[in-house]
Design a protein around this ligand. Structure first.
Ligand code: ADP
Ligand code: MG
Length: 351
């Protein structure tokens, strides 16, 4: 038997640590778009425009009309763990902003080239500066700028060969970005969004600030989706079981699709909640046996201290207090809505 010496444990270079961490936060081009758009929303923008080249691998550009970034903050803007949104861990309990970790921009500079152009209220000109590996590549240069911030990410994953290879289907990633922007557009109805390919005249997502969700859905997902939607609401204010409010729009028996579309926001945060999605698919197939998969938009509001937003590097999942109770109550509201709409259809068919 060969007795092996234990291998020596060494400390990784900081640059290796940063690139590994960045690869978790920015999994695909669409993760970068999500982080950038959420930053624009956090900056109270009313208009957010996205341009994408090569599925986001060549270029992602997000422009907003938000409050901009202070000149003095530019040197540390893209350092890891620098943020204007959180100071104490306890603040996470009541955080209203999408961001809180100060990791998104930093991550992008470790796996791509980032250029920021920004102007704040009352300034005569803006500043432009590029970043690599967390630091400014040069002093900020004065430049012409309109209100807000534009962030450009070029050559994403240029230093991650394996990642680049697995992401070669650019059209696939572009459709993920379009899907993401569509979701934002129907929730944030007071913000106008657009998304297009670089150099294309056609805009693939376009919404104007309407303040009307059905109009937003009509312009983003089309007339046939909008036509088949019914409003649902549920709430529970009993602290002993759960506290939540849900408002949404769900498709009726006349809607036809092969795949479920579930657009879910919890406390204004775009998330995936597979358990709720499955639960609602079950209600649909039990209530409307011949019906296709549903379209569901839902916005759930719970007390901030009932949701843990810090469970996943992409923040795409959250963990929630009283999950089962909330799912059951939403299931039953959806079921009775579907039954009553199905009854009225049977009635219409008979008369
Ligand atoms: P986080 O959003 O978690 O704070 P980010 O790395 O995404 O971390 O952003 C770092 C900081 O940069 C933010 O806290 C914010 O102050 C500023 N910032 C980023 N994007 C914008 C933007 N579009 N408009 C204004 N400020 C921004
Ligand atoms: Mg952020």
């Amino acid at each position: 038997r060969v007795v092996r010496e234990p291998p020596q444990i060494r400390r990784l270079d900081e640059s290796v640590v940063n690139r590994i961490a960045a690869g978790e936060v920015i999994q695909r081009p669409v993760s970068a778009v999500k982080e950038l758009v959420e930053n624009s929303l956090d900056a109270h923008s009313t208009s957010i425009n996205v341009v994408v080249k090569d599925g986001g691998l060549k270029l992602i550009q997000v422009s907003d009309d938000g409050h901009g970034i202070r000149y003095e903050d530019l040197p540390i803007l893209c350092e890891r763990h620098t943020t204007s949104k959180l100071s104490a861990f306890e603040d996470l309990q009541s955080i209203k902003s999408m961001g809180f970790r100060g990791e998104a921009l930093a991550s992008m500079t470790y796996v791509g080239h980032v250029t920021v152009t920004t102007i704040t209220e009352g300034q005569l000109h803006g500043y432009r500066v590029s970043y690599k590996d967390g630091v400014m590549e040069h002093e900020p240069k004065a430049c012409a700028a309109v209100k807000g911030t534009q962030i450009m990410v070029e050559n994403l994953f240029y230093n991650m060969t394996a990642r680049r290879k697995t992401l070669q289907n650019a059209s696939d990633d572009y459709s993920k970005i379009v899907d993401l922007m569509s979701r934002f557009a129907i929730h944030h109805v007071d913000v106008s969004f657009s998304c297009r390919k670089h150099g294309a005249a056609r805009v693939d997502v376009h919404s104007v600030a309407t303040h009307n969700r059905l109009n937003a859905i009509r312009s983003v997902y089309g007339v046939s989706v909008a036509q088949s939607l019914m409003e649902v609401e549920a709430s529970d204010d009993d602290p002993s079981s759960s506290v939540f409010q849900m408002g949404g729009l769900i498709s009726n028996f006349s809607f036809a699709a092969k795949k479920t579309t579930m657009v879910l926001f919890i406390n204004d945060r775009l998330v995936d909640w597979t358990a709720l999605k499955r639960a609602l698919e079950i209600v649909y197939s039990a209530t409307l046996p011949k019906a296709s998969k549903p379209f569901i938009y839902m916005s759930i509001v719970v007390p901030p201290e009932h949701v843990d937003v810090n469970v996943h590097p992409t923040k795409r999942e959250v963990s929630l207090l009283n999950q089962e109770v909330i799912i059951e109550q939403i299931q039953s509201v959806v079921e009775s809505k579907l039954r009553s709409s199905d009854d009225s259809r049977t009635y219409e068919e008979q008369t």
